[in-house]
Design a binder for this molecule. Sequence first.
Ligand code: GCU
Length: 348
Amino acid sequence: RASVVQAPNSVLGGLATRRVVRLTLTQGPEPVTADLLIYTPAKPGKHPAFLNINFLGNQTISMESDIPISTKWFADRPGIAENNRATEASRGAQVRRYPLESILSRGYGLVTFYRGDIEPDHPEGWKVGVRGKMQPTGRAFATDDWGAISAWAWGLSCAMDYIEIDDLFDAGKVVVIGHSRLGKTALWASAQDQRFAMAISNCSGSGGAALARRCFGETVEASIRQFPYWYCENYKQYSKNEAALPVDQHELIALTAPRPVYIASASEDLWSDPKGELLAAINAQPVYALFGKTGLGQLDFDPNAIRLPPPERPLGETIGYHMRTGKHDILKYDWEQYLNFADRHLGR
Ligand code: GCU
């Protein structure tokens, strides 16, 4: 069920309209709800859009002072949350990751919501999130039941259900985009839901775009040790046993085919294994070829002979790739490449 939490406002100097729509996602008492913060270009028409889950709440993505602050669980962190609730001080804390003016002036909408709306990101989070609420009473999780990443990905599909009925969107042109753990989530959401016209993985690393069998940076063991609840139980079999994996992450990327997919890394983000992300993109190409599509296309360097892919050189056709100089983050440079890629493929 969708209901309006904040009516449309003209924002960003008239560039955009902003509103908040609440999705109620489960039945019964204390249902799971997700608040979609929605920006659409002010000019009339049906708009393409980027759909994203944010790390620290809707109020962190913009300096605007009237974005409702979520009352859900947050990890305590100075300037963000105290006593597990987000503070006023958190407003605008992640603006560097959201170049709103660029996105909207290029003609795209943005829909974003807080990860903790679907499931709080901690080992017990499932109890209050969709996984707990949808589990038949008394039944334990099976070894192939979903983890938090799948739950978040399901939330993206629910947001897509809403976008499809909202007249301000062109639902055939929705790009699912995520950074880091939410980049893993974006790839998984796109693999399962063909309504996403395009997927973008920014520094998604282990469990995302990076090849697990390279065992470089964050290994399966390291990821499961810190975040066992992100994955299904079965994944544990491959901890320190990556060679036994029957699939690897290039196949996750390929599950978006023939739709365009973009993989991006950052040069100092070795935990996410930039080279493993590029090699996964390269190895996803045969599936695109089956659809008559060119993936990355001809490379003018040997990916196996170099330590890292060259930075600031966006590559590719139906599969895009770039490595940005710098740290684990999603910045204006990254968004510029995504906007260019979306323009190219969504026919703007
Ligand atoms: C940790 C984790 C990564 C994840 C990252 C993030 O570093 O090990 O797998 O991508 O957090 O989400 O920022």
